[in-house]
Design a protein around this ligand. Structure first.
Ligand code: ADP
Length: 194
């Protein structure tokens, strides 16, 4: 099975590009942020807890997110594979994911990281905030905090997978279709080799 991580800071285009990738390769999209927002909408215990962190632009604690992903993975049968979007977001999450996959006889195929300069990310998140209704997109302070959290806590995940020879950076600036093509050109040979 194919297990891709689409990686990068908030606003880099992971959600948009995930849609393209899942269609092209017939994969399942597992977006931790979307799953958490569904929990918030349903006002579950998990959602009520997660919202406290998300609204401030902080990460939801590892154990909450990991158990959420674990329960999704166990209901995966019959699919070609998965695109993980927004997970793993810390080295402990990466280790947990590797362990979960290993117990199923699987592994991460590649981490594909979208690269966009910080000023462009801030612009994209501010304009998303005008329409998304997301509390974490609506204040510059929260946006800045999320980018800082990405640098401090999330970017070390790159090292984890580059040590496994699975890290592939991709330029995320430009037209959406052009970025999709760059991603597909990187992912195609990886998928063919599986
Ligand atoms: P973005 O694309 O802006 O990063 P996401 O929808 O991926 O947005 O995430 C929104 C928020 O959800 C994050 O700022 C964080 O609070 C929480 N979140 C999502 N995924 C994780 C994760 N893997 N670990 C911890 N918190 C997470």
């Amino acid at each position: 099975m194919i297990h891709l991580i689409l990686f990068g800071p908030p606003g880099v285009g992971k959600g948009t590009q995930s849609q393209r990738i899942i269609q092209h390769f017939d994969l399942l999209h597992i977006a931790s942020g979307d799953l958490l927002r569904i929990q918030i909408m349903n006002q579950s215990d998990l959602g009520i807890k997660a919202k406290l962190y998300m609204d401030k632009g902080e990460l939801v604690p590892d154990e909450i997110v990991i158990s959420m992903i674990e329960s999704i993975l166990s209901s995966l049968d019959g699919k070609n594979g998965v695109v993980f979007d927004g997970f793993p977001r810390t080295p402990p999450q990466a280790e947990a994911l590797d362990g979960l996959l290993k117990s199923r006889g699987e592994e991460i195929s590649a981490l594909v990281a979208l690269k966009v300069p910080k000023e462009e990310l801030v612009k994209r998140l501010e304009s998303r905030g005008l329409t998304s209704g997301r509390a974490d997109d609506s204040s510059i302070k929260t946006i800045e905090n999320r980018l800082k959290v990405y640098d401090n806590k999330t970017s070390p995940v790159i090292k984890h997978y580059s040590e496994q020879g699975k890290y592939h950076p991709v330029n995320g600036v430009g037209m959406i279709d052009d970025v999709s093509k760059r991603l597909i050109d990187i992912i195609e040979p990886i998928v063919e080799a599986i």
